[in-house]
Design a protein around this ligand. Structure first.
Ligand SMILES: *Cc1c(COP(=O)(O)O)cnc(C)c1O
Length: 423
């Protein structure tokens, strides 16, 4: 029944595990490129695709996507610097986030980004003051709006309800005088992001249509120019067995229809579609090694060398019923698993469960277990310091060669920042 071990671009997973150790994140650069290119080829040419670094901040991930033409949406100084070092041009970088520090705003102004996305009118005023003290000319700004239309189908809604993000549309409507009084910011567009994990193309097309309609209305009412409109993203990836993938053709056809209409009236407006999960999740596999296989009160457990400390998302946060991510035996890769195991990590907490009663072939100690579609919200969204295991290595396989793109944390990484005070 076993069909041999899992390979990435011909490389046996056991070789990667031997070379780089486990636990390990492996990214398949072919999948990353094809995911981006597949969307790029279908999306209206007026729409630029940006990677939200939050989903995967690895410099080689944005490096590869940037080389294919993707821009970067960043939310911290380190993400800003990651995009810069990866070779993404400032004109293809935007900075957003509900709580930006003065240091972040200053770095954005001096970097000459395409735009800073302001999330409150107070922030806009502060930025105007700050920009006044530079002699770089007006700083380009998009206002992030919190639209008041209803959105459905998101695993986690970020707009259309009371939120810390963006500026309520009603407040933007009343800001005409303020906008006129600002001299050192150039409010050149609008941004909206409705939420994450949308899996029905109708919902995403609806969001896009409503956001573009709201942008037109606000522009007419307040005089805000529409030189850029970022209509968000939140395209989902199916993780659980009750979910199906987005219909990419129907999704892009629907978005392109509304974009075409908008583009006709605003031919010089740059449109941005910012995506994290959709671009990066499919390329990644979290690879762990089985340390123990044991039975407890009738249930079979595999205790692996990594778990929720590196892959918190796999516990199914954001879904009502906890379900399993796609989990496979990488050592005995098969379509016909005939056993069930609960897969745990090494942490001393009962919550460190990566998958409950997962269908797998027989697992032996030393086997490699993989969590698939794990290239988004992995290590960076996990409590990697819990029990001081530290963060795993990350490897990217490109043209049949495996490259270390983040080394595993060492004892020095983990202990070097602590100070022993003797009393
Ligand atoms: C998190 C976030 C994204 C990325 O979301 P995905 O669902 O991973 O695509 C994009 N834009 C904003 C404003 C975000 O907060």
């Amino acid at each position: 029944m076993s069909t041999g071990e899992f390979r990435i671009q011909g490389l046996p997973i056991s070789d990667l595990a031997a070379e780089f150790g486990t636990p390990l994140y492996v990214y398949d650069a072919d999948v990353l490129r094809d995911t981006y290119q597949g969307l790029r080829d279908r999306m209206h040419p007026a729409v630029d695709i940006f990677l939200s670094l939050k989903a995967n901040p690895n410099i080689s991930v944005i490096g590869l996507l940037g080389s294919l033409g993707a821009g970067a949406e960043v939310s911290s100084l380190a993400e800003l610097e990651t995009a810069r070092r990866a070779g993404v041009a400032p004109q293809n970088t935007i900075f957003l986030g509900p709580g930006k520090t003065r240091a972040e705003l200053e770095a954005c102004v001096s970097a000459g980004l395409h735009a800073i996305v302001c999330e409150s009118l107070d922030e806009l005023r502060a930025l105007d003051d700050l920009a006044a003290r530079t002699n770089q000319g007006p700083t380009p700004v998009m206002l992030r709006i919190n639209p008041d239309f209803h959105t459905k189908g998101s695993g986690l809604a970020m707009g259309g309800k009371p939120r810390q993000f963006g500026i309520d549309v009603a407040h933007v409507r009343r800001s005409r005088e303020l906008l006129k009084s600002l001299r050192h910011v150039d409010v050149m567009g609008l941004h909206a992001y409705m939420g994450t994990r949308f899996l029905h193309h109708e919902d995403l097309v609806h969001n896009t249509r409503e956001i573009l309609a709201t942008a037109r209305e606000l522009s007419a009412e307040t005089g805000i120019e529409l030189r850029t409109v970022d209509f968000g993203g939140g395209f989902g990836i199916p993780y659980f067995d009750n979910e199906s993938p987005l219909d990419r053709d129907a999704l892009t056809a629907g978005i392109n229809e509304t974009v075409t209409e908008f583009h006709r009236d605003h031919p010089d407006c740059r449109l941005i579609n910012e995506l994290g999960r959709y671009l990066t999740a499919p390329c990644g596999t979290y690879v762990t090694r089985a340390l123990q296989v044991k039975e407890s009160m009738g249930e079979q457990f595999v205790v692996a060398d990594g778990g929720t400390n590196h892959h918190m998302a796999a516990v199914g946060v954001g879904s009502f019923v906890k379900r399993n991510f796609p989990i496979r035996s990488l050592t005995r890769y098969t379509e016909q698993p005939d056993r069930t195991y609960t897969i745990t990590g090494p942490l001393c907490t009962p919550n460190d469960v990566i998958g409950k009663r997962v269908a797998l072939p027989e697992v032996a100690v030393g086997d490699l277990i993989g969590v698939e579609r794990s290239g988004a919200y992995g290590p960076s969204a996990s409590p990697g310091l819990f029990l001081s295991h530290g963060f795993p290595a990350e490897v990217m396989v490109h043209d049949g060669t495996a490259h270390l793109v983040r080394r595993r944390d060492t004892l020095d990484d983990l202990l070097g920042k602590q100070r022993l005070v003797t009393f």
